[in-house]
Design a protein around this ligand. Structure first.
Ligand SMILES: Nc1nc2c(c(=O)[nH]1)N[C@H]1C(S)=C(S)[C@@H](COP(=O)(O)OP(=O)(O)OC[C@H]3O[C@@H](n4cnc5c(=O)[nH]c(N)nc54)[C@H](O)[C@@H]3O)O[C@H]1N2
Ligand SMILES: Nc1nc2c(c(=O)[nH]1)N[C@H]1C(S)=C(S)[C@@H](COP(=O)(O)OP(=O)(O)OC[C@H]3O[C@@H](n4cnc5c(=O)[nH]c(N)nc54)[C@H](O)[C@@H]3O)O[C@H]1N2
Ligand code: SF4
Ligand SMILES: [Mo]
Length: 762
């Protein structure tokens, strides 16, 4: 019998719940999935999506490296040919135009991050620091604000709604999108508890809003007015936490006057919310013992994105709800997914002069950096684990721009909308066919063993990057023999620090050792590790660094050990914890140590946002009024629903319910256009148009429409594929975005609506 059981993690959202998998290894299918009770954060919880993960495992795959022919079709080529041709072209571009003409796009969807360490070496050999990442179309406004408030852009905090007396959720729908561990249970618990308060701010009456004690149904894009009104109430009524502000912050007196003048009642009207309810909610929030605030795309992919990020944080900081139990608090990361771009080392893109934030660049400007005659334009694009044509702003502009590239390479498991545009496609082993790791959530690390052998003729990404680096000459003259021998000796005589000493030695003797260290570990320690777990050898390095930085917090999590040994102990624990483990536990009072300002205080005043943005909010309204004249509807473009998961599952048979891909319209708007449930409609924005099936619900406000993310994919054999639903980013524009972070206004796409007679698949 080839039926076996395994532990792994769900890869459909960043929560990465632990799962037990029953698999048929011969058929390469997942038979059954249940929640893993031993997983440290999900503790047995899963949602309906995970139970259908076999649609990921068994979907139609890429099975050979492909090269595009003159006529636009693809031909199969060998791995050796693909690697050599790609390497030669990249070296030529680097040496002729400089590494900055090469860009990297992607960096791990919801669960494949391990390859990034190897990709890092690859990027260094390419000579580029341009990483265009999906994170930089949602969170970079937040990171920039963190740089100002906390002293570093990669100071991250958690939003423990589950422990708070008062939970405020702004522009997030955890009942569908999660973003919290065990989200549905947690929201249900708070909702039922008479002593706790749940407030939701959303233009749509979501599944989460239905559970709230207070639902503030804001007008789309008007959160900046609502949050400033709340801050106005706090400061004008003197409700701020004076002791906290005195002890833990700077800049309060500079920030305060901007909110003393806020016309609270008028701002509530602009936001479309009831003034009395805002007063009640705000006073209750100030009186609560603990407050946690959770937000997501609703205020990030929306008007005033970076300002929203600041106002949201002021709400919990002014009320003294930070770095305590039950409040938003800082946390450490075993392996940080983002970096810190220091102000004195600010870098920009070559063409649009867009700023780097957290070492990332925003997808919105990618097509603009390619499609131009600028001498420093991008000429090469390497995409891994991302589907920009579908997921990033302006599908049409991207397709046009990619035609201008000298080389475009896509690494993926499936033929995607983006892969179709590439010159070369490299087929990867999927996430259940290789060692992978989830460490998206702070303090936790889950090394996942493969369930299946790699699909024939696919490679895992660490191998792909190692081969590319080698073919580009990045390992010329480098010899890992001494390291490998040390790894063998250390294995035979553990506890003597033999491998550590050899690594230290190598860092002096091997040129550029820092850049190639993931490969060095894989090619030495990796070779003596059990069951092909060598790709995880990098965790050894991470473990040493983490042990040096947070010995106390590690011991608080129950992991004993001293000095250099502690790093090795953590490494062993990672290798031997199939359900993942918590690597550290920070006491709340110690979380202040994670601050990166010199005096460990929060800097409350950000003049750029107060003076140049908050005071100029009326201008934003004027600009919107101009667009609204021609495009009367506000489309919330990209809702999370029961069966969407970005574009990770392409086979739409995984969708159980009939109108999952439909556009939501308010009954009065439907009547106005003579639209009935199931009718087809056309939406037109300034960027393009789509056809989509309509459904009618008063969950959306009049004048507001909402469509799902992750529909409209091409799926099926060769050219027999059908498009089911509509691709959202045919409607979005690369330039309709936040002026500072360039995060797109996907939740505020202005459109026209008309009924059409054509039949459209949903
Ligand atoms: N089912 C499912 N879950 C997912 C994903 C998925 O594809 N499917 N994707 C994952 C990913 S990558 C992410 S980033 C998260 C995103 O998670 P969320 O941000 O929670 O999900 P969304 O549905 O995109 O948007 C959140 C809410 O913002 C509201 N909103 C729209 N406009 C505004 C506005 O102007 N103001 C306010 N206050 N709210 C507004 C929407 O009505 C919606 O309820 O979900 C993750 N989880
Ligand atoms: N209009 C609109 N657009 C949006 C959003 C929205 O709300 N509205 N949401 C945005 C958000 S928040 C996000 S995070 C992005 C997501 O956009 P992307 O970062 O593009 O994420 P995914 O759709 O998850 O794409 C992941 C790709 O990885 C591939 N893949 C899966 N497993 C593996 C593997 O093991 N190896 C490799 N190499 N590839 C693999 C999948 O086939 C898929 O092509 O979409 C964004 N786009
Ligand atoms: S919440 Fe659902 S989609 Fe997200 S990781 Fe858990 S099971 Fe998967
Ligand atoms: Mo996302």
């Amino acid at each position: 019998m080839s039926i076996t059981t395994h532990k792994s993690a769900c890869i459909l959202c960043s929560i990465n719940c632990g799962i037990n998998v029953e698999a048929d290894l011969e058929k390469r299918e997942i038979l059954k999935i249940t929640g893993d009770k031993d997983h440290p954060t999900s503790q047995g919880y899963i949602c309906q999506k995970a139970t259908r993960l076999n649609y990921y495992q068994s979907q139609e795959r890429l099975t050979s490296p492909l090269r595009k022919k003159e006529d636009g079709t693809f031909e199969e080529i060998s791995w050796d040919t693909a690697i050599q041709e790609i390497a030669d072209k990249l070296v030529h571009i680097r040496d002729t135009y400089g590494g900055t003409s090469i860009a990297y796009a992607g960096g791990g969807g919801q669960g494949n991050h391990l390859a990034q360490l190897y990709a890092n070496t690859f990027r260094k050999v390419c000579g580029t620091h341009y990483i265009y990442s999906s994170i930089a179309q949602e969170k970079t406004g937040n990171f920039w604000v963190h740089g100002k408030l906390f002293g570093a852009q990669n100071c991250v905090y958690v939003e423990p709604i589950e422990d708070a007396e008062f939970g405020l959720i702004i522009g997030a729908n955890p009942m569908q999108s999660h973003g919290l561990y065990k989200a549905r249970r947690i929201v249900g618990e708070i909702s039922r508890d008479k002593n706790r308060t749940l407030v939701v701010i959303d233009p749509r009456e979501t599944e989460t809003a239905k559970k709230a004690d207070y639902f503030l149904q804001v007008k789309p894009g008007r959160d900046a007015w609502l949050m400033s009104a709340m801050l106005g109430i706090m400061l004008q009524e003197g409700l701020e936490d004076k002791a906290f502000i005195e002890e833990h912050t700077n800049g309060f007196e500079e920030m305060k006057p901007y909110f003393m003048d806020i016309p609270v009642q008028e701002y509530c009207e602009i936001a479309g919310v009831d003034y009395d309810m805002v007063l009640e909610v705000t006073r209750k929030m100030c009186a609560a013992k603990t407050v946690a605030v959770r937000s997501d795309l609703g205020i990030e992919m929306s008007l005033n994105s970076t300002l929203n990020a600041y106002l949201k944080r002021l709400l919990f900081l002014v009320t003294g709800n930070f770095n305590k139990k039950g409040t938003n608090h800082l946390a450490s990361w075993f392996m940080p997914v983002i970096g810190n771009t220091r102000e004195d080392r600010q870098r920009y893109t070559q063409v649009t002069k867009t700023r780097e934030i957290a070492k990332l660049y925003p997808p919105n400007v990618l097509s603009l950096e390619i499609d131009t005659d600028h001498p420093k334009r991008l000429r090469a694009l390497f995409v891994d684990s991302a589907n920009p044509v579908h997921n990033w702003a302006d599908t049409q502009a991207q397709k046009k721009a990619y035609k201008k590239l000298d080389i475009m390479v896509v690494v993926d498991v499936c033929m995607t909308e983006t892969a179709r545009e590439a010159h070369y496609i490299l087929p990867a082993a999927n996430q259940f066919e290789k060692y992978e790791a989830t460490f998206f959530k702070e303090n936790m690390f889950h090394l996942r063993k493969p369930i299946f052998a790699p699909l024939e003729n696919t490679l895992d990404e660490p191998e792909i990057y190692t081969r590319l680096v080698r073919a580009m000459g990045g390992l010329d003259g480098v010899d890992f023999t001494a390291l490998e021998q040390a790894a063998i000796a250390d294995n035979e005589n553990p506890g003597k620090g033999i491998f550590q000493a050899a690594m230290m030695q190598a860092s002096f003797t091997i040129p550029n050792f820092n850049a190639i260290s993931p490969i060095a570990l894989r090619e030495s320690l990796g070779k003596v590790m059990p069951e092909q777990s060598g790709n995880a050898a990098f965790a050894w390095f991470g473990a040493q660094l983490y042990a040096q930085k947070y010995p106390k917090a590690i011991r608080q999590a129950g992991i004993e050990g001293k000095g250099g040994e502690l790093g090795n102990i953590i490494f062993d624990k990672i290798l031997n914890s199939p359900s993942g483990l918590m690597l550290s536990e920070h006491k709340y009072e110690d979380t202040w140590e994670l601050m990166k300002t010199k005096d460990k205080k929060v800097n409350l005043s950000i003049p750029e946002l107060l003076e140049d943005w908050l005071l100029k909010l009326p201008k934003v309204l004027e600009e919107q009024a101009q667009i609204e004249k021609d495009y009367p509807y506000n489309l919330i473009n990209g809702e999370r629903r029961t069966y969407n998961a970005n574009t990770v599952i392409r086979n739409q048979e995984w969708v159980k319910s009939g109108l999952e891909g439909a556009l939501k319209i308010h009954p009065e708007d439907a009547t106005k256009h003579g639209i009935q449930k199931g009718d087809s409609v056309q939406l037109t924005s300034r960027a393009g148009s789509i056809k989509i099936v309509a459904t009618i619900t008063d969950e959306v406000q009049k004048g507001v429409l909402s469509m799902p993310h992750g529909h409209g994919m091409n799926y099926g054999k060769k050219n027999s594929y059908k498009e089911v639903g509509a691709m959202p980013n045919q409607l979005t524009s690369a330039t309709y975005c936040d002026p500072l972070a360039k995060t797109p206004y996907h939740k505020n796409v202005r459109v026209k609506l008309e009924k059409i007679e054509e039949e459209v698949l949903v």
